[in-house]
Design a protein around this ligand. Structure first.
Ligand SMILES: [Zn+2]
Ligand SMILES: [Zn+2]
Length: 212
């Protein structure tokens, strides 16, 4: 798997373009906005975008989803259907936070824990990790051992749970029961900020490390 991380929107959300080097087919994870930069990155690398994979439906992750789908005629997979209420609120949320207008969308496929998504020869495993939002999912590529965790986990921190329908206990359980078992060696791309590994967070994360 090849990946290019493109911070988008005023919230510097880490939109990821991932692709399969055999087929040069790719997917965009969380196209929150600034689609020109995402499309430029795909063109520069010779990638044909075939899918959108969604971790969750906050505006900085989902604000560009409907537009990208229309522009390219591609499918949207994810998040889990427990985020449907958030997708319905997207236009209001964008107006409220001064984001460019966004449309709602209906994923072609809602994802459940244990599902897989594919693009080219890549297959990523899906983990439902509620808490930051109820329908948040994480994508893990076992081949490269990279996970795209959205706003579940950050280098040195965890996702906020003070938003509507957030749940701190759910978030901690999801990280400990669904992410840690993937192994210390997993490198993860968060929705914001730097990369880290699960092992490093188990050692040092003040919210969900093993010493907490
Ligand atoms: Zn979020
Ligand atoms: Zn975010």
């Amino acid at each position: 798997m090849k990946a290019s991380i493109i911070p988008v929107t005023p919230y510097q959300q880490n939109c990821s373009l991932i692709w399969c080097e055999n087929t040069m087919k790719g997917a965009v994870i969380d196209p929150g906005g600034d689609l020109d930069r995402v499309l430029d990155e795909a063109e520069k690398n010779g990638v044909t975008i075939e899918n959108i994979f969604m971790t969750h439906s906050h505006l900085d992750h989902a604000g560009g989803t409907a537009e990208l789908q229309k522009k390219l005629g591609i499918t949207i997979e994810g998040p889990h259907k427990d985020d449907a209420w958030l997708i319905a609120k997207l236009p209001d949320e964008c107006a409220k936070h001064g984001f460019p207008a966004a449309e709602t969308f209906t994923p072609d496929r809602w994802l459940n824990n244990g599902d897989q998504v594919s693009v080219g020869d890549l297959t990523l495993d899906v983990y439902h990790c509620p808490g930051h939002t109820p329908g948040h999912v994480v994508f893990h590529d076992p081949q490269s051992n990279i996970a795209f965790v959205g706003d579940v986990l950050f280098k040195g921190s965890i996702g906020r749970t003070d938003f509507e329908r957030g749940n701190h206990a759910d978030l901690i359980s999801a990280i400990r029961d669904r992410l840690w078992p993937l192994g210390d060696e997993v490198t993860f791309v968060s929705g914001h900020g730097d990369l880290s590994t699960f092992g490093e967070e188990r050692r040092s994360n003040p919210y969900v490390g093993d010493g907490v």
